[in-house]
Design a protein. Sequence first.
Length: 297
Amino acid sequence: MKITDIMKKRMTFSFEVFPPKDHQPMEPLLDTLEHLYGFDPDFISCTYGAGGTNVGRNMEIMKTIKESGKAIPVTHYTCIGNKKENIRKDLEKYLEIGVNHILALRGDFPKGWEETRGDFDYANELVEFIKENFPEFCISIAGNPEKHIQANSFEKDITHLRAKQDAGGEYIVTQLCFNMDNYKRWVEKIRKAGVTLPIVVGVMPVLSRDPIIRMTLTNGCSIPRELAEIIGRYWDNPEDFKKAGKEYTVKLIYDYINTGIDGLHIYTLNKWEDVTDIIVAAGIRKLKEVPGLEEAL
Ligand code: FAD
C-alpha cells in the first residue's frame, strides 16, 4: 500500500524518529518504536544524516520497522556529498529490504560547505533521478511554509517546490511552522502556483526552551506571540515550560486538523512519553491501544 493511496481516503497519521549516534545503543529507539506502534501509525520516517553519516543505522531502523509489519517505513535521503553511483547502490539496498518510500532532500550543508559536492545541487534533481531509475519508490518532498531560509524570495522557493512536484514528488512534508496564518498563506500561494500535491504537516512538539528557539531560528521560522509568552514566562522553569508547551502543541494540532490537512506527522524527537501525552490529549488515538501508557501518565 502506498501512502498516497491512504491519503486519498483519509488523513494519515505518522511519526519521525532519528537514529542514535554510532556509539550509542539502539535499544532506547527500539523501545520507542514499540510504543509508537501502539498508536497504529500509517508510517514512520527516519532521518538521514546529510553527507551519509549514520546511513547504516538508518537502514537498520528501516529494516526493523518493515519487519514489524506495523507501519510503512519511510526513509529520508539527502544528496549532499553523494554521487549517482552511491545513490544507486543505496536505493537498491532500500528496495532489497522492502523500503519503497523515500523523502528526497538536498540536506543541510555541513559547516563550511557552500555546495553539495555531489552529483546533484538541489532536491528536484534527486527526485528526477529516483523517478527515472527507481519508479518503485513513492517519493515525498520537503516544503517550507515560511520559506526555506536560503531562498532569495518566497516566490522563488515556491517555484522550486513546483519543480520538485514536476520531477515526480508525490506528497509534501512540511518544515516546522507554528504560525497558522503563515501556513494558510503558503497553502494558498502554492495552490495558485500549480502545486497540487497532498500536504503532510510536520508538527514539532514544544518540550524544552533551547531546542525550540534553536530550531525555529535556524530554520527562519517565526515564533507567534503565544509561544513567545510560554518561552518568556517559563524561561527558568523547564517543568512548567514542558507542561505549557504540550498544551500549546495539542492546540496547534487541532488548528492544523481544522484547516483540512492530508496528513499529520509528529517529529517525535524519540521522546515517546511526551508524544504519548500530546496524542492522547489531542484525542487522535485511543488510550488502550498504547502499551505502557498507563505507567507513563
Ligand atoms: P531543495 O528543495 O533543494 O531546496 C534548497 C534551497 O535551494 C531552497 O532555498 C530552494 O528554494 C533552493 N532551490 C531549490 N531548487 C533550486 C534550483 N533549481 N535553483 C536554485 N535554487 C533552488 N535534512 C537532513 O540532513 N536529513 C534529514 O533527514 C532531513 N529531514 C527533513 C525532513 C523534513 C520534513 C524537512 C522539511 C526537512 C528535512 N531536512 C533534513 C532538512 C533539509 O535537508 C533542509 O531544509 C535543506 O536545507 C533543504 O532541503 P530540500 O530538500 O528542501 O532542498
